[in-house]
Write a protein that binds this ligand. Structure first.
Ligand code: BGC
Length: 375
């Protein structure tokens, strides 16, 4: 049975400064099954215009996201499942919060303050997205909160020292806030008891048609970046930051995703399509700046991505192959694409990349904002 968390007097008082619409903001919670001996909850956040985000405590995962097309019809624009079991059986990070370190770390090895660390290897010779059991496969503690801008859900996970080989106990927090201005804010925070690399992101696969059977190759994408990071055969950045101008990686103007994906290009061949990191054009490192704009010309749905992070991994769903994932349905090749705002991949081994080391006493904060509209 659904447990309705109504905003009673105490919460109404907390949001006294809110617009009249804010009383309609709400969060519902419901049981979503069990992961081992832990129960999993799913929360439904709704905004004043009916946009709906569902988030579960397993992996602090965005399970679905309903936004209107140009006629106002709501449809789910991310890949996901209605039940927990497929996630437990193993899906490629659908909607999950990825950590402790998103993207790859070469050979799962790094040296920090003179000490070497060996992480779990779960992607050939490399460590990917936090290892065998990263933050996407942990049950987070959830706390619904009301804010003047919209209903929010704060999720917290304590990652013990040594988990997946990472040093230091890390407290990670992600807050999803669905705003009445038709945007979803994803705020990350972390603190640590010992120095550790940290790189958190969300791994939603977008398909703005609302039909997961359709390809994303007709979507139109803009990326606010004039450089990208070429990779070696194992998808580790070579260290070069290459200008996108004159290459199929140039999305500075709106481009159809599929228009150059089959071009004869060494980097597209290595990535089996787009699976690369774009370095955002930023005036100052901490500002919330435009990362990308994704449009589905058919439905008119648009998602604009802004972030405080220095870059975005654009992954065109190349490894989705039509085989059932988890125990759920099949997602065909390139029926979802990810825009993972994050720090540079393999930073702990790349001295020229900005540091991702968090030390005791420091607060890690990042923010990504998804803005929804229809054109
Ligand atoms: C990576 C891909 C990987 C996918 C799913 C993306 O972030 O860049 O190489 O296949 O995640 O694991």
């Amino acid at each position: 049975m659904r447990n309705y968390i109504l905003f009673c007097t105490c919460l109404a008082a907390a949001s006294a400064a809110a617009s009249p619409d804010s009383v309609q903001q709400r969060i519902h919670s419901a049981p979503f099954g069990r992961a081992g001996d832990q129960s999993v909850q799913i929360f439904t956040l709704t905004n004043a215009r009916g946009i709906e985000a569902r988030v579960m405590t397993y992996g602090a995962t965005l399970v679905s996201l309903q936004t209107p097309d140009r006629q106002g019809h709501l449809k789910n624009i991310i890949l996901g499942f209605d039940t927990l079991q497929p996630y437990l059986d193993g899906v490629p990070y659908f909607g999950a919060t990825v950590g402790r370190f998103a993207n790859r770390i070469a050979h799962g090895r790094f040296t920090l303050d003179g000490k070497s660390y060996q992480l779990a290897l779960n992607n050939g010779a490399n460590s990917l997205h936090g290892g065998n059991r990263g933050f996407d496969k942990r049950v987070w503690q959830a706390q619904p909160i009301d804010t003047p801008a919209g209903a929010a859900l704060r999720l917290t996970y304590m990652s013990p020292a040594g988990e997946e080989g990472y040093p230091g106990e890390l407290k990670a927090q992600v807050t999803y806030r669905l705003n009445d201005d038709d945007s979803l804010a994803i705020d990350y925070e972390a603190t640590t008891l010992a120095p550790t690399p940290v790189n958190l992101t969300n791994h939603a696969y977008f398909n703005l048609t609302g039909d997961p059977g359709q390809s994303i190759l007709g979507h139109v994408l803009t990326i606010n970046a004039d450089r990208f990071a070429p990779v070696d055969a194992t998808l580790i950045p070579t260290g070069e930051l290459r200008p996108v101008a004159g290459t199929p990686f140039d999305f500075q103007q709106p481009r159809v995703v599929g228009s150059r994906i089959g071009d004869e290009d060494e980097q597209l061949r290595i990535g089996r399509g787009y699976d690369h990191y774009w370095v955002l054009n930023k005036k100052d490192s901490a500002s919330l700046t435009l990362a990308a704009v994704l449009t589905d010309p058919g439905s008119g749905r648009v998602v604009e991505v802004r972030t405080t992070q220095p870059g975005v991994q654009f992954y065109s769903g190349n490894f989705l192959d039509g085989k059932p994932v988890g125990s759920g349905s099949a997602f065909k090749h390139r029926t979802g694409l990810c825009l993972e705002t994050q720090h540079f991949p393999d930073s702990p081994n790349q001295p020229a990349f900005p540091s991702t080391i968090l030390r005791p006493g420091q607060l890690y904060t990042q923010k990504t904002l998804l803005i929804f509209r229809a054109s």
